[in-house]
Design a protein around this ligand. Structure first.
Ligand code: CU
Length: 87
């Protein structure tokens, strides 16, 4: 079973907080429409990914957290933040 969550990268991450189930793979699908280079990278130490976000393209990051909790991610410069809540 897989879950898909879309995140628009516009004025930050929309929605800023997403909920995903524990123990199964969730695909986070980022799409950046904001041309600012500030948002051109997204990364998370909590979730162990770092990814370029080309403009107007879906970029899929698969996560499969097995612990409940709150996981943060941010743009390359740490100015914009989003959160994944695992339940
Ligand atoms: Cu930034």
């Amino acid at each position: 079973m897989e879950k898909l969550v879309k995140i628009d990268v516009k004025n930050g991450y929309e929605p800023q907080t997403v909920e995903v189930p524990k123990g199964i793979t969730t695909k986070l699908v980022f799409n950046r429409t904001n041309p600012s280079s500030c948002l051109a990278k997204v990364g998370s130490m909590d979730l162990n990914f770092e990814q370029d976000l080309p403009l107007n393209e879906d970029v899929t990051i698969s996560i499969a957290p097995d612990k409940a909790g709150e996981y943060d991610y941010s743009c390359g410069m740490g100015m914009f933040h989003g959160k994944v809540v695992v339940k």
